[in-house]
Ligand binder design. Structure first.
Ligand code: ADP
Ligand code: MG
Length: 243
């Protein structure tokens, strides 16, 4: 395995509120890292620091040997390689599914319109929605919208996919279809960092699980280590509430 991201001494505060208190971890190419922890522990802030949607107050985020906190880099260009999927889908409502998929790769000069469309069709097949190319987002279910949001992120051919609670806004019957798409991605070798409350998914798909609390990684390990043999009292306490 080779290293894709290295997070060093990452701190983030909002005013006086110190949200991340020194996070150190490394993400290997092809690794699936699941981040769990109580609400307000800094999981979203951590994820958003990985692509500089939030600016760290201290520390470094090294991605493919580039320190993203270096003000001299073109973060917009680099961010194209870090796909992100949010809890709510943020699709462009006045554009068709296919237009949603083509917009960024064409604008970034990654593909021309024809290539983007061909790739868009391939991605729609991948997420099981090849019949929805001409549909508008509002005509889709939540699960379908989220699968399109994943396809849209993939359209930029990112090197890593960041997911922030991608299923927590969904009706329960739609969670499975989104997790299936994510499982397939993991199997295909995509590097993924996933904030999720889906413990079953974390166990099945995660290579490593990080337990965050109060802006720190309290414990990390394989799903078996973390779920079946937790060591830290805060991990044991958290798991007793969610499992
Ligand atoms: P989690 O995702 O684990 O629930 P968050 O990272 O969303 O936690 O939030 C951690 C803390 O950071 C919370 O106290 C939250 O209020 C604060 N926070 C997050 N984003 C902002 C922001 N943009 N401005 C001010 N405070 C924020
Ligand atoms: Mg969050």
């Amino acid at each position: 395995m080779s290293e894709l991201m290295k997070i060093e001494n990452l701190h983030k505060s909002f005013g006086k509120n110190q949200v991340l208190n020194g996070i150190d971890t490394t993400i290997q190419k092809g690794e699936v890292v699941v981040v769990i922890g109580p609400s307000g522990s800094g999981k979203s802030t951590f994820l958003r620091c990985l692509n500089l949607l939030e600016t760290p107050t201290e520390g470094a985020v090294i991605f493919e040997d580039v320190d993203l906190t270096d003000p001299k880099i073109d973060i917009f260009k680099i961010r194209e390689n870090l796909g992100m999927v949010f809890q709510t889908f943020n699709l462009f409502p006045h554009k068709t599914v296919m237009e949603n998929l083509c917009l960024a790769p064409v604008k970034a000069g990654l593909k021309n319109q024809k290539e983007a469309k061909e790739n868009g069709m391939r991605l729609l097949k991948q997420v099981g929605l090849e019949d929805k190319a001409e549909a508008y987002p509002n005509s889709l279910s939540g699960g379908q919208k989220q699968r399109i949001a994943i396809a849209r992120a993939l359209a930029m051919e990112p090197d890593v996919m960041l997911f922030d609670e991608p299923t927590s806004a969904l009706d329960p019957e739609m969670v499975g279809e989104v997790l299936t798409v994510m499982k397939d991605l993991a199997k295909a070798g995509m590097t993924m960092v996933i904030v999720s409350h889906e413990m079953g998914f974390a166990k099945e798909v995660g290579d490593r699980v990080l337990l965050m609390d109060e802006g720190e990684i309290v414990e990390e390990g394989s799903p078996t280590e973390l779920f079946d043999h937790p060591k830290h009292p805060r991990t044991i306490d958290f798991l007793s509430k969610v499992l």
